[in-house]
Design a protein around this ligand. Structure first.
Ligand SMILES: [Zn+2]
Length: 232
């Protein structure tokens, strides 16, 4: 695969394109747009998780309500304790039962307090999430417009470079162009680099035996960075 002036010219046009791409990619407009987009994408899952949590809390509440009910009924039986004792009931037995009811009430009270804390935390989280969602919706709307504006502002320049590259590209061996394009897509840039002494730009050295294959302007792929290296 020989290097050619056309290929180098193609690459120098491509460098302009890349500069614009990088400028757009690192822009505040894109960052804010992507941030809002990611938030919105994750929002549905988060909302589902919050709904699920709310259902769990509700189930816990129902469970506690049932236990309060049951305990209240058990306590109601004590309304007739005097009569029962007069009828010869065993006081010790009722004392023991009363203690166990009291323990049950204490435990319900503790669980109720924990549930209230959890509900408050969930409500607070939901409130924050709602505020965030409103803010992010606005950011998404604003910055998708700004991001588009930024891209549009480069559109003509990008079009001109693309046209020029297309023209130069026609003069390059399609196989070589394909290799170049693939590497470019893999974010290797510059793709074609001159050997610097006995080193590639990435620092990997080209031993003498390998340097021989660079004769006649032949490009050799660097084993380290996979760039196409040629000898000037
Ligand atoms: Zn290299």
């Amino acid at each position: 695969m020989p290097v050619s002036n056309e290929l180098l010219e193609y690459q120098s046009e491509d460098a302009k394109l890349r500069k614009i791409e990088q400028e757009i990619a690192s822009s505040e407009e894109r960052k804010k747009y992507m941030q809002a987009r990611k938030f919105m994408e994750a929002a549905r899952d988060k909302l589902e998780a919050q709904d699920k949590h709310a259902l769990e809390l509700k189930a816990l509440r129902d469970q506690l309500a049932a236990r309060v009910d049951e305990t209240t009924k058990a306590i109601a039986e004590y309304a007739e304790l005097d009569e029962m004792l007069e009828g010869g009931a065993d006081l010790a037995f009722y004392k023991k039962n009363a203690q166990s009811l009291l323990d049950r009430l204490r435990s319900i009270k503790g669980e109720l307090n924990r549930l209230i804390t959890e509900i408050n935390a969930a409500a607070e989280e939901y409130k924050k999430f709602k505020e965030q969602t409103i803010a992010m919706q606005k950011q998404y709307k604003d910055y998708s417009a700004k991001f588009k504006e930024l891209r549009d502002s480069h559109a003509e320049e990008v079009k001109a470079i693309n046209e020029k590259m297309e023209k130069i590209g026609k003069k390059i061996d399609p196989k070589i162009l394909e290799v170049y394009t693939t590497k470019r897509k893999e974010k290797i840039f510059p793709v074609v680099v001159p050997l610097n002494g006995e080193f590639c730009v990435c620092g990997r050295d080209f031993p003498l035996a390998q340097r021989g294959s660079l004769a006649g302007g032949n490009m050799v792929e660097c084993e380290n960075c996979r760039r196409l290296v040629y000898k000037v």
